[in-house]
Design a protein around this ligand. Structure first.
Ligand code: PLP
Length: 394
């Protein structure tokens, strides 16, 4: 038997840089996945908020097929039609001034970090320090890892890139205390995703925006996980009474094809030729899928329905909590949610997988879900029923 695609072979030849679960998926459609043995699963994770329109959305698939037969790459010396169209659509929707395309969230954040450094150097007399949040996650490249406020991810990779300071999430006092005469920017998530799904407090975010304005610091918001509809708004910053200078996005932008982006306002639009680049930087396939993604997100009532579905899940979980003492609480925004348990989450994640539901153990006791934004009520209920059964059997 040809077992070239089996978990056993994967465990030998695919690098063990992350802890993978012993399942090989071979097909997906909407919010359903099938593994190599044909077992069906409900997907409540969407590839960590990448497949926001489910697997193989017909419009995204058609755009990718079409683009693959048209043109893929021309280098940075030229424009690509789809690149311009996607940048135009993003700037039209947000009023940001311009867009740089990268290949991932980490790369988008690297660009933001370099931009903040240049801003400090050229506009603020040489300041270079960026303040980020404890518990944050900004990616695994060395600069993004240095920005990440999780010492456990950083230990083996010292020395890190210098010039980062870390402050308590949701504590304005802590950020004020961290600002020095070297500070040029702050960088934060509006819902900490990898940190355990912790939404930011509006008073904190709006207070921080005021501080940035007062001290002329750049405000960078990392919307790699929260962006593009995940929280029920096109961008999570729309939940707050402020607008960042720089927003980074990635994940779902390319509809499953790698793509990251950095959007800047006029004040932060300071890169000049030669400052920053990447050979592919998204690429035509990602841009084509990105255009479909933005169109789907703008369908009337779509984002309101994301919010409604998120509230429905939270209400359901609150209801379960009354009869299941194993539940400790829940939190989140839109369809970015976590359920806290009084038992280790890994055992629950594995039991869900066994029963045909994909969820994520985001912390020792927290289960994170990121269902496709267009998940049907039927799939949602079916997934919730599996989750409930697993929790009841604990
Ligand atoms: C908020 C945030 N920033 C950055 C990243 C890194 O993105 P990527 O894995 O595409 O490099 C992630 C990934 O989970 C993220 O959640």
């Amino acid at each position: 038997m040809n077992n070239a695609g089996s978990v056993e072979v994967g465990q030998e030849v695919v690098m063990k840089n992350v802890g993978r679960l012993p399942v090989t998926f071979s097909r997906g459609e909407g919010s359903r996945l099938w593994d190599a043995d044909g077992k069906e699963y409900i997907d409540f994770l969407s590839g960590i908020s990448v497949n926001n329109f489910g697997h193989c959305h017909p419009d995204i698939t058609a755009a990718l097929r079409d683009q693959a037969g048209k043109i893929l790459h021309v280098s940075n010396y030229f424009y690509l039609e789809e690149q311009i169209k996607l940048a135009h659509e993003l700037t039209k929707l947000t009023n940001y001034h311009s867009v740089f395309f990268a290949n991932s969230g980490a790369e988008a954040n690297e660009a933001a970090i370099k931009l903040a450094r240049k801003y400090g150097k050229t506009k603020l007399g040489g300041r270079y320090q960026i303040i980020t949040a404890k518990g944050s996650f900004h990616g695994r490249t060395l600069g993004a890892l240095s920005a990440t406020g999780k010492p456990q991810y950083q230990e083996d990779f010292q020395p890190l890139v210098p010039g980062f300071a870390y402050a308590e999430y949701n504590s304005l006092k802590s950020w004020l205390g961290a600002i020095t005469e070297q500070t040029c920017a702050v960088m934060l998530e509006l819902v900490q995703g990898e940190g355990g799904v912790y939404p930011a407090d509006p008073d904190f975010v709006e207070g921080l925006a005021r501080i940035c304005y007062k001290y002329n610091l750049l405000m960078i918001v990392d919307e790699v996980q929260t962006g593009l509809g995940r929280t029920g708004k096109l961008f999570a910053y729309e939940h707050f009474n402020m607008k960042p200078d720089i927003v980074t996005i990635a994940k779902s932008l390319g509809g499953g094809v790698p793509c990251g982006a950095l959007m800047v306002n006029e004040k932060a639009d300071i890169f000049t030729p030669g400052d920053h680049s990447t050979t592919i930087g998204g690429g035509a396939m990602a841009y084509a899928a990105g255009l479909v993604t933005l169109r789907l997100l703008q369908e009337p009532g779509f984002l309101d329905e994301v919010l409604r579905k998120g509230n429905y899940i939270k209400d359901t979980w609150e209801y379960w909590r009354r009869e299941m003492p194993v539940i400790d609480g829940c939190r989140g925004l839109g369809l970015m949610l976590a359920l806290d348990l009084k038992v280790p989450s890994k055992q629950v994640m594995l039991a869900c997988l066994e029963e045909g539901l994909v969820v994520n153990a985001v912390s020792e006791t927290g289960i994170r879900i990121l269902p496709a934004l267009n998940i049907s009520r039927e799939d949602l209920d079916e997934g919730l029923a599996i989750f409930k059964k697993v929790l009841k059997n604990l």
